[in-house]
Write a protein that binds this ligand. Sequence first.
Ligand code: NAD
Length: 505
Amino acid sequence: MLEKNLRKLRKILKQHTSGGIKNYINGREYAATGRKSFENHSPVDGSFICEVVSSDHRDVDKAVKSSLEAFETWKKMDHKKRKGILLKLADQIEKYAEEIALLESWDTGQPLRFTKKAAIRGAANFRYFAEKTIDAANGLSTPDTHHVNFTMKQPIGPIGVITPWNTPFMLSTWKIAPALAAGCTVVHKPAEFSPVTAQLLVRIAHEAGLPKGVWNTIQGMGESAGKSLTEHPGIKAVAFVGETTTGMHIMRQGASTLKRVHFELGGKNPVIVFDDADLERALDAVVFMKYSLNGERCTSSSRLLLQRKVYNKFVKRLTERVNNLKLGHPLDPHTEVGPLIHQSHQSKVLSYADLAQEEGAKILAGGKAPGGKLAQGCYVKPTLVEGVKPEMRIGQEEVFGPFLSVMKFSTEEEAVQIANSVRYGLTAYIWTKDTGRAQRMARDVEAGMVWVNSENVRHLPTPFGGVKYSGIGRDGGEYSFEFYMETKNISIAYDTHTVPQLGKK
Ligand code: NAD
């Protein structure tokens, strides 16, 4: 099966990346104005994939101008027509599902078993928001005695969408679909480590009949292309997914043009397992939520808090499961954990294994790169560390890899205290059969999203986002439109009130 997938991949690569990856502006592909480019390599074995253009402020300016022009017609387009285009786009994404999965696995190292779902989720995002193209503008009626007041929502303008390299295809659709449904236009800046499916996505959108200029994609580095996008006065809002420190830069960069920002940032999410939990289901969820998607997942539960009584039994079972995870080639359908995105990230994750030992924690599984055939890729063996104290760096910092820190607690209060001891607050997972305790924990943990007796199961109308250093704002359902649209109040008099009369004799 691996051989068959590799053969398919070679064909698809030829078709989609042989000319290199360029910017997509106003319905056409362009090299960067400064003629600069960089090489993109696969984390699987370091092999060269393609050349990618490296854009600067001139390319960004061209893309923003095109988005501003397209905004005038896109925002006024009949909503049924706009909806039709977005639905067609969803169909096209599904048509390319296999290409998307193979390319994303090769470009990012994510196992095929997960990237196979990228197109389905991406298409679902477009379908969901397409159905809302008209209702997105809904407002409130707040009449008073002498006036009718009503609000309407209107698209804010061109949006800068900046995405990271983890699950890049799905995440891009999660931002771009509601922006387009709202009537905004988009300039997308994908991550430099994962440019491939972003190019396919914008091509697919145009195949589906999206008018030129409505969606432009700029490839390149964060410090140049990304920075220019956040500083451009034509961009009204920035939807950003990435690291917390990058979010801080973007806030500063956008300050002088008063950018509205929406941030989905880092996490160090707790999964809290109480003595009375369904331990079998909890174990499945703990393994899935840390080692799926190579642990490169913002919502992953990277701190396991175990109640004292179940600690030994749970850790023993968990160690067996972690040692049993299938590390391997991402295009092998049996693979559960693939290579990390890049050598620099592999080194970062491995450095936390060294740090764990320096800090006095104990490595129960992994903690090193594999040898043999996998040595040429950016692999890290699934890692499990116990004896972690909340104040240790491995208990505080986001590792963003297949690396789980285990801690022990005695009481509910202690669990809350440990859970809240980090600067992040994206998700929390609570396992208990005591409903009162579940409610108290859900209330008291500092997180934007809490799952009780469940792993992360997304439901598109629910709000998605974090508190503290994990983000600003919410996505999902109506929440997305709060960001991509402005609320306008219209007040119409019944001509019954007294208008003040100044300067009258
Ligand atoms: P990153 O912050 O390094 O890069 C993200 C994007 O920002 C890239 O496109 C990059 O080119 C761009 N960028 C970098 N510097 C910039 C600047 N000064 N101005 C404008 N753009 C700039 O993040 P990453 O390493 O690609 O992704 C991993 C991070 O993303 C993790 O911290 C993870 O938790 C976070 N993440 C969060 C969520 C969430 O929903 N909260 C989801 C996915 C990933």
